[in-house]
Design a protein around this ligand. Structure first.
Ligand SMILES: *[C@@H]1O[C@H](CO)[C@@H](O)[C@H](O)[C@H]1NC(C)=O
Ligand SMILES: *[C@@H]1O[C@H](CO)[C@@H](O)[C@H](O)[C@H]1NC(C)=O
Length: 689
């Protein structure tokens, strides 16, 4: 059972936060990103789902997006007394959390420790849209800073460990570990003994090595051993004895943990002390991919083009101040642009989405052939799902249009090498991390959806970058898809759209308009690539279809009039989010009157937290609401934004930002649709030309 997260004293007392009531800025997120940098480095502070308030770091375990615990424990000792600041290990009372703040790249908690010192824990996962070398390193920072609260000087020791749960989703697996020093950085390296490449257990990688690291500086001690023993040593002594238990064993066999402690010494008046940790995973080969050639190839992690594995940790660790500066610029850019486009509420939404969107991307290949694989986290774990890339696409347009090319490249290569028999566009390439495609053509067919998505995204990339060669190179495949659109976009067959939970339906108005816009996009593509005759053909068909669509897809009898879910079914309606690409591509093909009509209509249909996806239910989707909002009149835009920001603050949902929720209760149905990259779609307002 889930309870509303109301921060009442009674509820807080249950959770052991007797006095503390934290503030949340800009909102209390359903789950706070801690280390969210890549599909396998995706750790959150979720609500505990037991009625306790979420958003408090001390007293509960950080979790992978699946809800599997990835133990990450933090203690602090002040003048000999121990407190817990992260995790659920016994032995010390919790600190009093004062605030949780999030920006696009950071989640920062501040805590009052016994009225003596204030500590800040900054969980920082950088995002480097224009720096492949740095973006390719799947590591994350944790910085702890301490200041005196009462003007006196206090003796402070900091402790943090991670468990073997990070290295395997199956805790009966045996792990091995070693302690190393490289270039002034100490690491606990740990990994599954049985390296099972390109396989997962409970969605965690079954291969690669984890590195939990800190600087080799004054006051640092370490220990690897059983959880109770290692933590107990710090709790009683404030230091660790630098020993390594070499009895390699299963993750759950006397739970080995990998610990560092740092004695900050006396933290005094006006002074501030800090210590830095990093966590990450290194996999030489990341993805198994069926591209050119008759058999699948192992695609290396992109970082391997820039670094030896032994250089990764010191590089990332020592890059902190550059990373911090870069991230502050990015945070500020997102903040400025979001507030300009949609006010503070819009920033509440966008800044929660950045790490999550990039956290589903695996950077692979080589600098001259970058392939970014996307994991459809939580809804099947498919790889390279076209209708998941499409809703993610606005953040790519906004932050780096090259990402469109990098993510579409594996799809194009697979289909152009003859590995897919259908004439329409493929839906996905398989199950992450194996992108083997569907040589039998038996993928989850969404023909109109994916043909439209591919053409729209490909044109947008060429428009943003001026890379017309790209369109020439892939002309043949696009022209093949255009033939499918000519067949199906006018009267769409009974099929799925991306909202597949809603089921099959013929004559979907919103799907038809995507196909029609894609035909108009093909006209521009034909122009740019010198296929002049076809340009006229595509645009006259698109115009003809649009006329047909206007007669069957709009209910003009109702006041206000609106588009319908299915041709000629007057009482139905839905979000007509697929007109967004017309504006994003600058086609100006859909009459402004259609935008205005929808805008006026949505305003009459708002539930407590938003406008329903369509009349088949009370659910809606965050990404599609913001596609709709981006092309609506200012007051309708503001309405969508404020309802979604309200939902973020109030939802009883306790998992990572979902894109699917109930417009009346704010609840989120089922176990899927969490931590998905499609929240990149909330950048729809910022992706318009
Ligand atoms: C604390 O440190 C002392 C001296 O180094 C050592 O003898 C003792 O065993 C330590 N306590 C724990 C619980 O490890
Ligand atoms: C789809 O719409 C067309 C045009 O209005 C109509 O002729 C056809 O019967 C519809 N098909 C279905 C399955 O409703």
């Amino acid at each position: 059972m889930k309870l509303l997260r109301v921060a009442t004293a009674a509820v807080l007392a249950l959770a052991g936060h007797a006095n503390a009531v934290s503030t949340f800025e800009p909102a209390r997120p359903p789950a706070a990103p801690l280390a969210v940098r890549a599909p396998y480095l995706n750790v959150w502070l979720n609500g505990p789902n037991n009625g306790s308030p979420s958003g408090y770091l001390a007293g509960q375990w950080p979790r992978y997006w699946t809800q599997g615990i990835q133990a990450w424990q933090g203690f602090i000792k002040v003048d000999g007394k121990a407190y817990n600041w992260m995790g659920a290990a016994p032995g010390a009372g919790n600190v009093d959390q004062e605030s949780l703040k999030y920006t696009s790249t950071r989640t920062t908690f501040t805590m009052n420790v016994g009225g003596l010192v204030r500590m800040a824990a900054e969980f920082f996962s950088p995002v480097y849209p224009d720096d492949l070398r740095r973006q390719s390193v799947p590591f994350s920072y944790l910085k702890i800073s301490v200041v005196s609260l009462d003007g006196r000087s206090h003796n402070v020791q900091i402790y943090s460990d991670v468990s073997g749960e990070w290295a395997s989703g199956d805790s009966s697996q045996i792990i091995r570990w070693e302690h190393q020093e490289a270039d002034g950085v100490l690491s606990h390296k740990f990994y599954r003994q049985n390296q099972d490449a390109f396989r997962e257990a409970n969605d965690q990688a079954s291969w690669g090595s984890w590195y939990w690291s800190t600087g080799d500086i004054r006051g640092v001690t370490y220990k690897i051993g059983q959880d109770t023993e290692v933590r107990g040593q710090f709790l009683s002594n404030g230091t660790l004895d630098n020993t390594i238990d070499t009895n390699y064993r299963a993750v759950n066999d006397r739970w080995p943990v990998f610990a560092f402690a740092r004695d900050l010494g006396a933290v005094g008046r006006g002074g501030s002390a800090s210590t830095l940790f990093t966590i990450g995973i290194a996999q030489q080969d990341a993805i198994l991919f069926q591209g050119q050639g008759s058999s699948a190839q192992q695609v290396p992690s992109l970082w391997a083009s820039y670094f030896d594995e032994s250089e990764l940790v010191p590089f990332f660790y020592k890059d902190y101040s550059y990373a911090s500066q870069y991230a502050t610029n990015l945070d500020n850019r997102v903040a400025r642009d979001s507030v300009d486009a949609g006010g503070d509420d819009y920033l509440t939404i966008t800044s929660l989405a950045v790490r999550q969107a990039f956290g589903a991307l695996q950077y692979t290949g080589t600098p001259d052939n970058v392939r970014v694989f996307l994991k459809e986290i939580s809804s099947n774990s498919d790889i390279q799902t076209v209708d998941v890339i499409f809703p993610t696409w606005p953040i790519m347009l906004y932050l780096d249009p090259n990402l469109i090319k990098y993510t579409l490249s594996p799809l194009l290569e697979n289909q152009e090498s003859g590995h897919y028999p259908n004439k329409y566009a493929i839906h996905d390439l398989g199950r992450f991390p194996q992108a083997l495609g569907y040589p039998q053509g038996n993928d989850e067919a969404m023909p109109l959806e994916e043909c439209g998505n591919m053409i729209i995204m490909m044109l947008s990339y060429a428009q943003k970058t001026g890379d017309v060669d790209y369109l020439n190179e892939h002309w043949q495949l696009m022209a093949q898809w255009a033939e499918y659109l000519i067949e199906d976009a006018k009267i769409p067959a009974n099929q799925l759209s991306t909202d597949d939970f809603a089921g099959h339906l013929a004559n979907q108005t919103n799907l038809a308009i995507k196909g029609i816009i894609a035909l108009q996009a093909m006209s521009e593509i034909a122009d740019q690539t010198g296929h002049t005759y076809l340009s006229g053909k595509y645009s006259s068909i698109a115009k003809d279809y649009l006329n047909f669509w206007s007669r069957h897809g709009i209910n003009r009898a109702s006041v206000p009039s609106h588009s319908v879910l299915q041709y000629d079914s007057g009482a139905t309606y839905g979000l007509l989010y697929n007109i967004y690409p017309d504006k994003a591509l600058g086609l100006n093909f859909i009459p402004q009157s259609v935008y205005d009509m929808q805008s006026d209509f949505y305003k009459t249909k708002a539930n407590k937290y938003g406008v329903v996806l369509d009349t088949r239910g009370t659910l809606t989707k965050t990404d599609w609401e913001l596609f709709a909002a981006a092309v609506a009149k200012p007051d309708t835009k503001a309405m969508f934004i404020s309802l979604i920001a309200k939902w973020i603050n109030e939802t009883p949902t306790w998992r990572a930002f979902t894109d699917l929720y109930d417009t009346n209760t704010g609840e989120y149905p089922g176990n899927q649709f969490t931590a998905r990259p499609v929240v990149g779609g909330v950048f729809a307002l910022l992706a318009l030309p």
